[in-house]
Design a protein around this ligand. Structure first.
Ligand SMILES: Cc1ncc(COP(=O)(O)O)c(C=O)c1O
Length: 401
């Protein structure tokens, strides 16, 4: 029996994992080209070129880039006319940007619980959250798995709600073969450094509706009147333009995007199959209606009973010592964060969210870019911890992870 690395044994994995972001000659050439064209900002032609390339990739009529995936959500809400007095339904298990965007336009976030096995908004709970002030819902395709759009879209239609898809984790994910981001009224993407398609920072908005595209373009460009004179500002707006540098990097990243997407899925499928047989851990459900799943994160639920009462924090520490980087994700629901607490928000009971904050473990997408044999080491490390469980004094104090 080998000693656990947390107790001084040899780690299962000693080699580094694939780095993120990845870059090569193509990024260098794009940056050089932006430099030499001398425009540099949002009017460099590469920005429009990327927008039309990304729109084509997502099978959506319009794509407009933005400075990041938080302000793109703000732009979407503004253009839909959502503001003070309005309510927007959001999940409480997501990055804070989703709800911050609602607060930033002066509307109120209404938190509705998630499904424990997908961490996506639980559509069956939406009805109870509706009020005469409800205007929109922002589903997050968490970790890359699309929310149940078969139930969400008819629900939104029934109540006249706008659907803004927060697809910050879901570049390339599909639902019944259709890429997400084009299935609601507006889709919002992030190109922040950890994301599966990245320029360090950046965002994008997608829509099939011409009038929403006009409104979004205007908001991103200081409220300029579409088709009007340069200094004609018919609307309230801001400057959310992506730079030429970012668009150039994104063009280069798009070249490897489909290969990376396929590799992440293949490795996730492999890890999923192994871990599905292991007591004490349970990978999140992969809905077969999502033929493509971005796997921005690979998430598993951890149950101490399967590891003789070992706490999640100690398990994560042991896994990290074995050379498997992982984390416990969000430590609290969004409604517990001071700027989002009641009365600034409204909430229904969210037991699944509270449970997720206590029980899940995240692995980041770059691990899924490794070779299949490397992926097996993740499972090997878990088996090693199980086999050597008596090395832990189960009553030991937990440290924060
Ligand atoms: C679900 C979700 N929505 C929105 C955002 C905001 O994106 P950005 O960091 O580009 O502002 C993020 C970023 O991490 C996110 O994870």
């Amino acid at each position: 029996m080998s000693r656990l690395a947390i107790n001084g044994g040899t780690p299962v994995r000693q080699n580094p994992w694939p780095r993120w972001p990845q870059w090569g000659e193509s990024e260098r050439e794009q940056i050089q080209a932006v430099l030499e064209r001398g425009e540099w900002g949002g009017f460099d032609p590469i920005v429009k070129e990327f927008e039309s390339r990304f729109a084509k990739r997502l099978q959506v009529k319009h794509c407009l880039t933005a400075s990041n995936g938080t302000l793109s959500l703000v732009a979407a809400l503004q253009v839909l006319g959502i503001g003070p007095g309005d309510e927007v339904i959001v999940p409480p298990y997501t990055f804070i940007a989703t709800a911050n965007a609602v607060q930033l336009v002066g509307a109120t976030s209404v938190f509705v619980d998630i499904e424990p096995h997908t961490l996506n908004l639980d559509i069956s709970l939406l009805e109870a959250a509706i009020s005469p002030r409800t205007r929109a819902v922002i589903p997050v395709h968490f970790a890359g798995l699309p929310v149940d759009l078969d139930r969400l879209i008819p629900f939104a239609q029934k109540y006249g709600l706008a659907v803004i898809e927060d697809a910050a984790h879901a570049h390339g994910s599909t639902w019944h073969g259709q890429p997400v981001g084009a299935l609601g009224d507006i889709g919002s993407f992030s190109f922040q450094a950890s994301k599966n398609l990245t320029a360090g920072e950046g965002g994008a908005l997608t829509t099939n509706h011409d009038h929403l595209k006009e409104g979004l373009w205007s908001y991103i460009n200081q409220g300029r009147t579409p088709g009007g004179a340069w200094y004609e500002h018919g609307n309230l707006g801001s400057n959310l333009r992506l730079t030429g540098w970012q668009a150039g990097i994104l063009m280069a990243q798009l070249e490897r995007f489909d290969d990376e997407l396929a590799r992440r899925m293949e490795n996730a499928r492999r890890l999923h199959a192994i871990l599905a047989e292991v007591d004490g851990v349970e990978p999140l459900h992969w809905d077969e209606r999502a033929e493509f799943h971005a796997f921005h994160l690979f998430i598993m639920r951890f149950f101490p009973e399967g590891f003789q009462g070992l706490s999640r924090n100690r398990f994560v520490q042991a896994l990290r010592a074995e050379g498997i980087p992982c984390s416990t994700g969000y430590s609290m629901p969004l409604y517990a964060q001071p700027p989002l607490q009641s009365p600034r928000s409204r909430l229904l009971p969210c037991p699944a969210t509270e449970q997720a904050c206590r029980e899940v473990i995240w692995l980041t997408q770059n691990l899924l870019l490794a070779e299949p044999a490397d992926i097996d080491q993740i499972a090997e490390a878990i088996f090693k911890i199980r086999e050597n469980i008596e090395e832990f004094c189960i009553d030991q104090e937990d440290d924060e992870t």
